[in-house]
Write a protein that binds this ligand. Structure first.
Ligand code: KE4
Length: 424
């Protein structure tokens, strides 16, 4: 029995499913998780001494690679002066200024401790600001474990949602309308029917939690226009894409200005951080100035913000986005050449340092098309790649990440492993 197996048996005694977040349990690949001892750069080392090239990067935060010196140094330095205050501290002012500078749609921002808190708070704020109750979300978009957003599509395209998790009251799920992504008519029909009751539309502008797929030409612009016309708050959930696909996220790449943005992952440098921000007239509805309550003991934690600031500054200093694009292009060219050579016309998506290989020969543009990919082929591919030293996400409904620590050699070694895994 490996040490990972022993640890997993022990973990299951006191942790539900043996994990502190479900995706880590490897259920989507009929497997059991390994346990990590340490991580550095592009590599992780398991407790059994196996080294793997990591393409998850703790689900997005490790954009510089694991344990970058700048982050370690910043956390060490900050910790010497105290690990938590619950009192305003200079790191908060600096982080708010940096976010407002990098993400022009953000005039004011509040720090929280996770992406879930960011989207949950943005939703409550939109409801408080508009005085309306309904929200629209999209199938395949994941916004954290927020009750109002763990809602599946109703039976018909127009009907209100039903809970997508036990514990979410029907009465609450009813206030969420879940629509297919990239379907303009569905949005038009709902807004025509109930536009004056809708507080917000929330979406991942590039969905990355059902694999990675893209908005159709003009779709984001359409959502911006129709929400503007009906006084509906447009919320971009950029927890994954913010500071990842560009300094200013998807909204910079597509030139769209949402009313509110949820952020997380990269801005914490691996420590627990989320944020939500946007139009000052909306943000000023938050307590203590306004009537919408939102709070957090560890919000603006000095260690977490020191880590995030160090990571963001290093990213800018190294002109990281140009490098990530170059690494991503090299990887994409390699994968596409492989798929061609092996006669596997699978759908491969990439934007910057985010990528996803669908085991499907069809176009993927929403959850339904993503679900038509072959999950069994993915499972075999995942386990073969892992056996050959490459750690991809243990689910076909996730996105892979490159970091500045991935070398061309890493990518070329990975391409050889992919070729072998595709032949299985
Ligand atoms: P957290 O509460 O997990 O920090 O963030 C929730 C969240 C919100 N919005 C988007 C777009 C997200 O991708 C996430 C979390 N992403 C998943 C990965 N697909 C986190 C991994 C996990 O759940 O363990």
């Amino acid at each position: 029995m490996s040490l990972s197996q022993k640890l997993f048996e022990s973990a299951k005694k006191h942790i539900p499913g043996g994990v502190n977040s479900p995706v880590r349990a490897f259920r989507n690949v009929d497997g059991e998780p390994f346990f990590v001892r340490r991580a550095k750069g592009s590599r992780i080392e398991t407790v059994d001494g196996v080294t793997l090239i990591d393409y998850i990067g703790t689900w997005g935060p490790a954009i510089l690679g694991h344990a970058p010196e700048c982050v370690i140094h910043a956390v060490h330095n900050a910790a010497k002066d105290g690990v938590s205050f619950g009192i305003p501290n200079p790191y908060e002012v600096e982080m708010a200024r940096l976010i407002a500078e990098w993400v022009p749609s953000v005039e004011k921002v509040r720090m929280v401790n996770s992406g879930t808190e960011a989207t949950m708070s943005a939703l409550r704020l939109a409801r408080g600001f508009t005085g309306r109750d309904l929200v629209i979300k999209f199938e395949g978009c994941y916004h954290g474990h927020v009750d109002s957003l763990l809602v599946a599509a109703g039976s018909g395209a127009l009907t209100h949602g039903r809970p997508d998790s036990a514990g979410v009251p029907h009465a609450l799920a009813e206030l969420t309308i879940t629509l297919p992504f990239n379907d303009r008519e569905a949005v038009e029909r709902v807004i025509q029917a109930e536009g004056d009751r809708i507080a917000a539309i929330i979406l991942e502008p590039i969905p990355a939690n059902a694999g990675l797929f893209f908005p159709r030409e003009g779709y984001l612009e359409f959502l911006r226009e129709i929400t503007q016309a009906h006084g509906i708050v447009l919320i971009f959930d950029e927890v994954m894409t913010g500071f990842r696909v560009a300094k200013g996220g998807v909204q910079e790449r597509f030139g769209i200005t949402p009313d509110l943005t949820a952020l997380g992952k990269v801005i914490g440098g691996g420590l627990p951080v989320g944020a939500f921000g946007g139009r000052a007239d909306i943000m000023d509805y938050l307590a203590p100035d306004g009537p919408v309550y939102q709070a957090g003991t560890l919000s603006g934690n000095p260690l977490a913000l020191a880590a995030g600031l160090a990571q963001l500054k290093e990213l800018e200093h190294r002109q990281g986005y140009a490098q990530l694009e170059s690494l991503g292009k090299h990887f994409e060219d390699g994968v596409r050449a492989l798929l061609e050579k092996l006669g596997r016309p699978y759908t491969f998506h990439r934007i910057g340092s985010m990528f996803c290989l669908f085991f499907s020969e069809e176009p993927v543009f929403d959850l339904a098309s993503a679900k038509r990919a072959d999950a069994e082929s993915f499972k075999r591919f995942f386990h073969q790649a892992l056996a050959d030293g490459i750690y991809f996400a243990p689910s076909p409904y996730e996105t892979g990440f490159l970091s500045l620590a991935h070398s061309i050699g890493d990518l070329d070694d990975t391409l050889e492993v992919i070729a072998n895994a595709l032949r299985e």
